[in-house]
Design a protein around this ligand. Structure first.
Ligand SMILES: Nc1ncnc2c1ncn2[C@@H]1O[C@H](COP(=O)(O)OP(=O)(O)OP(=O)(O)O)[C@@H](O)[C@H]1O
Length: 562
């Protein structure tokens, strides 16, 4: 604990709030919380820029709740007192969950409603008619309710929060946001929270804040190398598959891992490839229904899955993503339509603001197309005080983007932030044949079918999630999202790795679990998402952090790990 740091109990917070904070296991505020909460409680408008994963949500949620609890002591009338604007549905749900956790001991006094969901306006009307103290929504959703007179804010609103402010404009909410402001009272307190201070955020600042205190914390946008280790490795298309197979199958990457790809189609390509080796993974992208997306994230956080293959669709290189991207430029369009009539959800955001918990590694299978996107993706690991690693595969076409990221992250520092991931590709040549064998089954047709199958399946799941599971919550745990999508092409011989193929230096790393035992284990959630393997016992640490598989020679003169 940092003795210098102002503690939660020294901030004059309500006891019920302090008790909830203690239940969350937070021994002290994060830096942004320490600075922002007292200023917010003084009534100041705030513009807070702090890096991803630094605890911005509670930095505004705690003062919002405190203010409501304080005002309830004198005014008993129920009204909407706080509005929290978020760019995505995922974030909306997450903010609601955080507020519910923080109000666990005062849930009657502080009611929160997340209206980001897809339900009809009329279905959400009754919720708003009850005048929850805190409303969480995207600007377009909130505006629609204001226009439909399901919600009135002009006399009651005390606090406005704009979370992930840098993303609101890029998600196309500029016009909605401006229209929404006409419905707000003259005086209210505002907080603008952002991971980056873009020109858009500056513009929002002028629009929303009055004499704000500007908190710019932590110069770097990502944690330093003592907490987050970043690597890059140059490899072309086929090698990307070969390398990811080796890393996952030999458990060279341990713990929960998010693999980012550049297009929805590539989610399925990679999933189909991996499933042939008995490596299960969930797919996460904007085509899936919101209920499924949130359930996948919840289960991942609970340790059900080790791997998620996700797209980061505000920066897709996929040409089919174009409609979505242009929808982000202020058009009224809610959804982009892909070729083949598939719809994408504009309010989808996986790499932005979503609190994946205890993610040990982020792998950029395809490099992001913008610096911001790199920061948000990599920010899914090393959150709060946890350690993490990020590994980026770089093809020759992506070298320019790598330099941009390097430049943005390195700043004045002469040392490169992304260290080379030294891996002797020639040592795993023996695996190339089986990878090609697996790739042959991953045809365009197979990918298309898998994609359709998954959407159909998830639409069914989503219906169940909406209705059935409310009555049968225990069955919810049994609903899995990482099942094989194309069992017909799975070749059983690929599931096991014959010893002779494993480079001598990596033999200890192979996970000894048989398929049968693996199946048995799959039923149970893993407690913290970190899979124990023989390798871990041998090395005692995450190999992605310490791995050197290069020309470095050990004392016996063999290439090996250091
Ligand atoms: N005081 C604290 N002590 C320990 N953990 C905390 C504390 N405050 C927040 N956390 C945890 O840190 C994680 C990151 O918090 P949060 O999602 O609010 O970050 P963020 O700054 O909003 O990140 P992003 O910009 O990526 O959304 C969460 O899991 C949260 O529960």
């Amino acid at each position: 604990m940092d003795a210098e740091r102002l503690q939660f109990h020294e901030m004059g917070l309500d006891d019920r709030l302090l008790k909830a904070v203690a239940d969350l296991g937070w021994s002290q505020p994060t830096l942004i919380q320490e600075k922002a909460i007292p200023l917010a409680l003084e009534g100041k408008d705030l513009l807070a820029r702090a890096r991803t994963g630094s605890g911005k949500t509670a930095a505004y949620a705690v003062p919002v709740i405190q203010r409501i609890l304080a005002s309830k002591q004198s005014v008993r009338e129920q009204d909407v007192r706080a509005l929290i604007l978020v760019p995505t549905k995922e974030l909306g749900q997450q903010v609601q969950t955080m507020i519910r956790q923080l109000t666990a001991y005062c849930s009657r006094d502080v009611r929160v409603a997340d209206i980001t969901g897809k339900a009809d306006l009329s279905a959400q009307r009754p919720i708003l008619m009850e005048k929850p103290d805190v409303v969480v929504g995207t600007p377009s959703r909130v505006l629609a309710h204001l226009n439909a007179q399901n919600l009135a804010l002009h006399s009651s609103l005390e606090t406005l929060v704009v979370d992930e402010a840098d993303l609101l404009f890029s998600f196309g909410f500029e016009a909605d946001l401006k229209n929404l402001l006409c419905h707000l009272p003259k005086i209210y307190q505002s907080f603008l929270m952002s991971a980056t201070l873009t020109e858009d955020v500056q513009a929002l600042k002028e629009l929303l804040l009055h004499n704000p205190v500007i908190l710019k914390l932590q110069g770097s946008q990502l944690p330093d190398s003592s907490q987050l280790q970043q690597y890059s490795i140059k490899c072309e298309e086929e090698d990307k598959f070969l390398l990811v197979y080796t890393l996952l199958k030999l458990r060279l990457v341990q713990g929960k891992t998010l693999v980012f790809v550049g297009a929805v189609e590539r989610c399925y390509r990679l999933k189909l490839f991996l499933e042939q080796f008995g490596i299960p993974a969930c797919v996460l992208n904007s085509e899936l229904p919101i209920q499924s997306r949130c359930h996948i994230i919840t289960q991942f956080n609970q340790g059900f899955y080790d791997y998620i293959i996700a797209t980061d669709e505000q920066s897709l290189a996929d040409p089919t993503a174009a409609p979505q991207a242009t929808a982000g430029k202020g058009k009224k369009k809610k959804k982009g339509t892909e070729r083949g009539g598939r719809t994408k959800d504009k309010e989808y955001g996986v790499s932005r603001g979503v609190d994946f918990q205890n993610v040990a590694n982020v792998i950029n299978f395809d490099f992001p197309t913008a610096v911001e996107s790199y920061i948000h993706r990599v920010g899914r690991t090393a959150r709060a005080d946890n350690p993490g690693t990020a590994l980026s595969f770089i093809s020759h076409t992506e070298l320019g983007l790598l330099s941009e990221v390097e430049e943005a992250l390195t700043g004045d520092n002469a040392d490169s932030v992304l260290k080379p991931y030294e891996f002797k590709m020639e040592e795993i040549e023996g695996f190339r044949y089986r990878c090609r064998d697996a790739m042959r089954s991953v045809t365009k047709q197979a990918v298309r079918e898998a994609r359709l199958k998954e959407i159909k399946q998830e639409l069914l799941n989503s219906e169940k999630l909406k209705t059935y599971f409310e009555d049968n919550p225990r069955d919810l745990q049994l609903l899995r999202h990482d099942k094989d999508l194309h069992p017909a092409v799975v070749k059983p011989h690929l599931r096991n790795v014959p010893d002779y193929l494993v480079p001598e230096t990596l033999r200890g790393a192979l996970n000894p679990l048989s398929n049968r035992r693996r199946k048995k284990r799959k039923e149970k959630p893993k407690p913290d998402g970190v899979v124990k393997s023989k390798f871990k016992n041998i090395q005692g640490k995450n190999p992605l952090k310490s791995f050197r598989y290069s020309g470095v020679r050990n004392r016996k003169g063999k290439a090996g790990h250091s």
